[in-house]
Design a protein around this ligand. Structure first.
Ligand code: CTP
Length: 413
């Protein structure tokens, strides 16, 4: 396997979160320990201060010298240094850490962590650490799926440990299945998420609509639009990283939701999206309507493929206005955010939609701004609030725009 260390880069807003953070990396004895070298290198590059604690067995898989060089700090293995008698305090290591990530974590170490065994420095540090803990398991597929391992992982999860699931692939044994340690960039993202967690978002549920809708004409054709869903999905990732539960009602898109806190409800037509939103909005504290919903749908849908017979007129009927329906359903405790994609009279149209759909704020993007709109990875927005305030933002990546929108939502929560 080839790991491109340069690929292990956070989205820019994750990078800020990593600056100056104290990250303790625990390494146990598994072949995946070589990937931990890339993880450490990446964390140092993001500006974190990294220290490493290893088990005796881990030294068989990667040398302390390699990890000391990459982390720029001496490695702790024993409770004391046999050479000079210097004491390695698990308590002070635990206090020092803003995050403790154990990667790779063997079945043996996971079992010990679940049961409070404290027979090495890595484990005593786990028991005394007060910071968030991230565990990246790595083992053979049968060990990974064994009920004992799964129960131990669940025990850790229940205690608030973040488990970065093992991945499918070829294993050191030659077998193929689930057990490979997650890639360094996935583990790094899980650490970044921890620093993004926001008390205002944790425990909140946000419904998001994203993507286009497809309005069927016959079994093989539809009316659609060019929406890629990228903006809506970036908002979902941002909300989930900050600790919210996300219900994503998504039209047909190529992008995928990655975060485990995002539950995707796939829909195709505006009517399906409407039904999913009506059913799920009562469960949410807020809804962000980013979908490019078709305003019209064919009045009748042919059961069989429509034949070519010269000129043709297609009769359309309006779809439900989903955002407006949510505006009517909205309770005093709920928030509703809309989007407006305009080509002309941008501000006036956005203000009209804000009022008509009973939104708390509306995010305007104009197709006249270069780099804004469908398909591209950037966006330029202005937020209009129902209290009359408005804020214009610079052209940014959709990931950074998502952070601005979620920041604004947090002001209201
Ligand atoms: N929206 C919706 N359901 C619709 C149409 C729009 O939920 N049938 C939502 C969009 O997700 C967006 C907001 O309403 O948050 C504004 O969408 P937009 O297409 O800009 O406005 P429309 O109300 O469709 O008005 P028009 O197309 O005439 O500009």
């Amino acid at each position: 396997m080839i790991i491109n260390a340069e690929k292990i880069i956070f989205a820019s807003n994750n990078m800020e979160n990593m600056q100056g953070k104290h990250i303790l990396v625990g390494v146990t004895g598994g072949i995946a320990a070589y990937k931990t070298a890339y993880l450490i290198r990446s964390l140092v590059k993001q500006g974190a201060e990294v220290r490493v604690v290893m088990t005796e067995m881990a030294k068989q898989f990667i040398t302390p010298l390699t990890l000391a060089t990459l982390s720029k700090n001496p490695i702790a293995v024993d409770f004391f240094d046999p050479e000079n008698g210097q004491w390695n305090s698990h308590v002070s290591l635990g206090i020092w850490s803003d995050c403790y990530v154990i990667a790779p974590a063997t079945a043996n170490s996971i079992a010990k962590m679940a049961n409070g065994v404290a027979d090495n420095l890595l484990l005593t540090t786990y028991l005394s650490a007060k910071c968030p803990v991230v565990v990246a398991p790595a083992m053979d597929l049968d060990m990974y799926r064994h009920e004992a391992t799964q129960k131990n992982l669940q025990l850790l999860r229940d205690r608030g440990v973040t488990i970065v699931e093992a991945e499918d692939g070829e294993l050191a044994s030659g077998l193929v299945g689930k057990g490979r340690m997650a890639e360094p960039e996935t583990i790094a993202e899980a650490i970044g998420d921890i620093f993004k967690k926001s008390p205002r978002m944790e425990g909140k549920t946000v419904m998001v609509t994203a993507g286009p809708t497809y309005e069927k004409m016959d079994p093989v054709r539809f009316i659609g639009n060019y929406s890629s869903g990228k903006m809506g999905y970036a908002i979902c990732e941002e909300l989930a990283a900050r600790g919210a539960k996300v219900i994503l009602v998504s039209g047909p898109v190529k992008v995928k939701a990655r975060h485990k806190n995002i539950r995707v409800i796939p829909v195709e037509s505006a009517h399906e999206m409407y039904e999913a939103c009506v059913a799920n909005f009562p469960l949410a504290d807020a809804a962000i309507m980013t979908a490019a919903v078709a305003d019209y749908t064919p009045a009748t849908k042919a059961d069989q493929k429509i034949k070519r017979v010269g000129d043709m007129t297609l009769e359309l009927k309006p779809t439900e206005d989903i955002a407006a329906a949510m505006g009517t359903m909205k309770t005093a405790k709920q928030l509703l955010v809309g989007f407006a994609l305009e080509t002309n009279d941008e501000e006036a149209n956005a203000a009209k939609k804000l009022q008509k759909k009973n939104l708390d704020f509306i995010v305007l993007n104009s197709l006249n701004d270069k780099g804004a709109g469908f398909g591209v990875d950037t966006n330029k927005i202005t937020i209009f609030e129902s209290n009359g305030r408005h804020t214009a933002y610079e052209l940014k990546s959709k990931v950074d725009v998502a952070a601005d929108i979620v920041d604004k939502l947090e002001e209201y929560l």
